[in-house]
Design a protein around this ligand. Sequence first.
Ligand SMILES: Cc1cc2nc3c(=O)[nH]c(=O)nc-3n(C[C@H](O)[C@H](O)[C@H](O)COP(=O)(O)OP(=O)(O)OC[C@H]3O[C@@H](n4cnc5c(N)ncnc54)[C@H](O)[C@@H]3O)c2cc1C
Length: 414
Amino acid sequence: MQLVKHDLVIIGGGPAGLAAAISARKNGLKDILLIERDKILGGILNQCIHDGFGLHTFNQALTGPEYAQRFIDEFYELGIEVMLETIVLSLDKNRNISVSSKNGFIKIQAGAVILSMGCRERTAGAISLPGTRPSGVYTAGAAQNFVNLQNIMIGSHVVILGSGDIGLIMARRMALEGAKVEAVFELLPTPSGLARNVQQCLNDYDIPLFLSTSVFELHGNERLTGVSVAKVDKDFQMIEDTKRVVPCDTLLLSVGLIPENELSLGAGVNLETTTNGASVDDNYMTNVPGIFSCGNVLHVHDLVDHVSGEAALVGQCAVQYLHQKSLLKEPSITIETKQDVRYVLPQKVSGKKDFTLSLRVTRPMHNGVVMIKDNDRKVARKKMVRLHPAEMIRVKVKAKNIENAKKLEVSVQC
Ligand SMILES: Cc1cc2nc3c(=O)[nH]c(=O)nc-3n(C[C@H](O)[C@H](O)[C@H](O)COP(=O)(O)OP(=O)(O)OC[C@H]3O[C@@H](n4cnc5c(N)ncnc54)[C@H](O)[C@@H]3O)c2cc1C
């Protein structure tokens, strides 16, 4: 068995891993290894052939592959080492990594590790969908892979459960490919995806969206023949007399993403219940020294531009850790969520440098102010016309405003 050493190992070659690797090299680190289980770099962006990527970073609406290619080109120009078709099997708290590669089983000892493994989708089993188990039930991302990458049409009469961005984008894709998209059903009273996707993917194609409505039964033996849907009350219980059957041969599920944190757990990384990602400080370092996290494995992002920006910062912090470990101050200020805030990230900070706080709200609101306070003292605020759980909010906080703070509280005031 081979045993090798690297200063920095990055797990996952999607936009987060690529940006972290590029930033680490630009910050002077020579010995970097990026490990990716797929045949190509780019992660989930390879199957996102719609446009809408890079509006913030490049001021252009690129497709997913176009956006990824810009980073892939730079990655190879910088001569960073990569292992493709290689899966990381385990990671421990001392940063010992086991991988299965084309050349067999390899053990790697890393000075620092960046976790950038992305997310996987919630399946029919994960949401305990009742009914028969016919073919024709796919997660929206799996359907996207079949249609966009493998040129396989998966059905002709489609129902979509969940109004997350992937579901909305696949509603439009299936319509463009000639399928009849019967409807999108969403359990919550508001859409889960970005407002621009509701407009561009549903309204522009006359695809109906039914809110506070869910699928309660699958029908069909070999192939799906229909689904029973019904409205739900405020406790998400089915309203029996609204139940009806919608005939269809395909059901796409867009019911949430789960950060791929099995490796993180094996290394003893603490996870947050709100994000299902690691708990991190303002260096994006987890509770395990030398293990950092970024991208969708840390918290689900709606915009890839934010993934790239966050990961570039993480690459820089990892280099700083390797060069001068004492530079990373023990974080002493905790950040807590208050009224109408679902999560904040990072969850603790050193107070020694400026940082950007990412957060999501619990419900749609208008004309609100995101307020960050140290006791009663205001340290940062952001006024917003529209606040929506689907849209991540970022607020800059200056170190000089949190000197001597012990705890910051984040709330929304309307
Ligand atoms: C369908 C869809 C539509 C989207 N639309 C938009 C849009 O219009 N605009 C926008 O800005 N953003 C959009 N996004 C969001 C954006 O694509 C994601 O936020 C971004 O891709 C996350 O990057 P990542 O690197 O964290 O994860 P990923 O892109 O998922 O990359 C993770 C990588 O890690 C690898 N990996 C995982 N585990 C291992 C392991 N054990 N060993 C080795 N490799 C491993 C995976 O193979 C993968 O390549 C969309 C996302 C999806 C899914």
